[in-house]
Design a protein around this ligand. Structure first.
Ligand code: T46
Length: 138
């Protein structure tokens, strides 16, 4: 499945917490054109249910715990993000659901492209069809 977990560099101060950072094309393999984040979701909250055709993304959860459930049309895998120093690099073509495991967990995303609703596939049936067509084209 086309994803990887990346350790985000972090500098810990004895008295005052930790600073974490990543840079385009050094720590993650694309130029970041957009950053967005999701807040105010309660434990048990669910978002997602879509795939992207071309977008590359780097997801991280600096506060709380969020599960990202990935499906590539053949199998499903579940990734738990609950550390400010772990990020999830997602390549295009993966169906994803996000499940909140703690109130007010914050999910942040650094993305390779500007927002474009046409890049989304929001029906699972359409997603399966898209993957089949893409495989035939290659
Ligand atoms: C993703 C997961 C992890 C915008 O207008 N601009 C934006 O940059 C984004 C990201 C969203 N929107 C609009 C589109 C919808 O009307 O905000 C609304 C909520 O978006 P959506 O239902 O897609 O939110 P999530 O949490 O299901 O998915 C989001 C991202 O959209 C998606 O790219 O991979 O977070």
């Amino acid at each position: 499945m086309q994803y990887s977990l990346i350790t985000i560099k972090s500098i810990k101060s004895e008295a005052n917490g930790t600073l974490s950072f990543f840079e385009s094309n050094t720590d993650i393999p694309f130029d970041v054109k957009r950053v967005y984040y999701i807040s105010g979701v309660l434990n048990g909250g669910h978002r997602g249910a879509h795939a992207h055709k071309t977008l590359r993304q780097f997801l991280f959860c600096p506060y709380g715990a969020v599960e990202v459930i990935l499906n590539d049309s053949k199998c499903s895998e579940s990734i738990h993000l609950s550390s400010p120093s772990t990020g999830l690099l997602l390549e295009p073509g993966l169906w994803r659901d996000m499940l909140w495991h703690e109130d007010n967990s914050v999910l942040c995303v650094a993305a390779s492209e500007y927002y474009d609703e046409k890049d989304y596939i929001r029906s699972f049936e359409e997603y399966l069809q898209y993957i089949e067509n893409t495989a035939e084209d290659n």
